[in-house]
Design a binder for this molecule. Structure first.
Ligand code: S3P
Length: 174
C-alpha cells in the first residue's frame, strides 16, 4: 500500500491535453490506495464555474492561470496523493519556478495525433478549438514538460490501466 505519511511525495501527472492525465490518475490513485485530485475539477468546485470554457470566456487566460496556480498550490499541500494537472498548469510562466523537489512529476509523453483524436473531439477545451494552434502549443510545451519531469512514461495510446501500471512500477520503492 502507498504510504501517505508526512513527507510522502505527491505524484503529479503532467502532459498535453488528451494525454490521459485524468483517467490514468484516477486508476493510479486507486491502485495506490490514495486520494486523487483532478485539478480542472478542483477549480470548477472551488470557483463554482460551470466549465473551464466559461472561466476562460469570462476571465481570460491570464486570470485562469492565476486561479489554476493557486488551486495547484493548495492541492499540493496534501501528502502522498495523485494530482492530474491541466496541460498548462506547470508550464505557464508563473509556475516554471516552483520548487517541486518532494514530488514525482510524471510526464505522459503522447503523440500529438493521439492527443488530437481525444481532446479535439469535443468542445470542452478552449485551447483545442483550433487544431493547428494546438499543435503549435504542443511543440512549444514538449521541451518544458521534458525539463520538469522526474519520470517520463511513453504513452503509445495503450489503455489507461496499462499506463497506470507502468507508472507504478517506475516509482522508487515500488
Ligand atoms: C489547458 C488544459 C486543460 C484545462 C484548460 C487549459 C491547457 O486541462 O486546464 O483547458 O492550457 O493545456 P486538460 O489538460 O486536462 O485538458
Amino acid at each position: 500500500m502507498h504510504s501517505t505519511s508526512s513527507n510522502s511525495p505527491n505524484i503529479i501527472l503532467i502532459g498535453f491535453m488528451g494525454s490521459g492525465k485524468s483517467s490514468i490518475g484516477k486508476i493510479l490513485a486507486s491502485m495506490l490506495n490514495t486520494k486523487f485530485i483532478d485539478l480542472d475539477e478542483y477549480i470548477l468546485d472551488t470557483t463554482g464555474a460551470p466549465s473551464i470554457n466559461s472561466l476562460f470566456a469570462h476571465l481570460g487566460e491570464a486570470e485562469f492561470r492565476k486561479i489554476e496556480l493557486k488551486a495547484f498550490l493548495e492541492a499540493n499541500t496534501e501528502q502522498g496523493v495523485v494530482i492530474a494537472t491541466g496541460g498548462g498548469t506547470l508550464v505557464s510562466d508563473a509556475s516554471l519556478d516552483l520548487d517541486l523537489k518532494n514530488a514525482h512529476i510524471i510526464y505522459l509523453e503522447t503523440d500529438f495525433d493521439i492527443c488530437k483524436s481525444r481532446a479535439g473531439k469535443n468542445n470542452r477545451r478552449p485551447l483545442f478549438k483550433d487544431p493547428d494552434k494546438a499543435e503549435e502549443l504542443y511543440s512549444k510545451r514538449k521541451p518544458l514538460y521534458e525539463k520538469i519531469a522526474t519520470i517520463t512514461i511513453l504513452c503509445d495510446g495503450s489503455p489507461a490501466k496499462i499506463i497506470a501500471e507502468k507508472i507504478r512500477s517506475s516509482l522508487p520503492n515500488s
